[in-house]
Design a protein around this ligand. Structure first.
Ligand SMILES: [Fe+2]
Ligand SMILES: [Fe+2]
Length: 161
């Protein structure tokens, strides 16, 4: 099915996006309010912010937007790699809120798979749009609640040790 969110030029778009070219999709800078002060974690969070931005563009219907299929495939890889990175770091410090943080990660993972499954199962453009909007709101919540709060607090623990 050729849907509203199915991009026909992903390879070109991907290479343009990640090369930082200004001709089409310049990499958007993550706002300072989401920075946690740990360079590696911030760099990884930037990827999540880029996925958030991709959905923003997709919903606006701009010609150069990515497909939602790409967003969900990237989110799947992202949760696996980024969460395990943070969780490995947690083993190196005394961190009293570790179990809460782990619980948040598991909940986010569950939501990512649920949104991805709903999107795959959706058989009309309107349902896909609704799921894209909900995923967009979910990523915003993730940025503002998990990254700007939980991850920032964890980062301050890392800096102290
Ligand atoms: Fe994080
Ligand atoms: Fe985290």
């Amino acid at each position: 099915m050729e849907s509203l969110y199915h991009s026909t030029h992903d390879t070109f778009r991907l290479s343009t996006y990640y090369s930082g070219s200004m001709t089409m999709n310049a990499t958007p800078a993550m706002p300072d309010k989401y920075l946690v002060g740990h360079p590696a974690i911030d760099a990884q969070h930037q990827l999540l912010f880029m996925l958030f931005d991709e959905i923003t563009l997709t919903l606006k219907g701009e010609e150069h937007t990515f497909s939602m299929e790409h967003v969900f495939a990237s989110l799947d890889t992202y949760v696996k790699t980024h969460f395990s990175f943070e969780e490995e770091l947690m083993k190196t410090v005394t961190y009293s809120k570790k179990s809460d943080h782990l619980q948040e990660h598991r909940a986010l993972e569950g939501k990512v798979s649920a949104y991805a499954k709903r999107f795959t199962d959706a058989d009309d453009v309107e349902s896909q749009r609704t799921i894209a909007e909900e995923t967009h709101a979910f990523l915003f919540k993730w940025l503002t609640e998990h990254i700007a709060q939980t991850d920032r607090e964890f980062s301050s623990v890392l800096k102290k040790e």
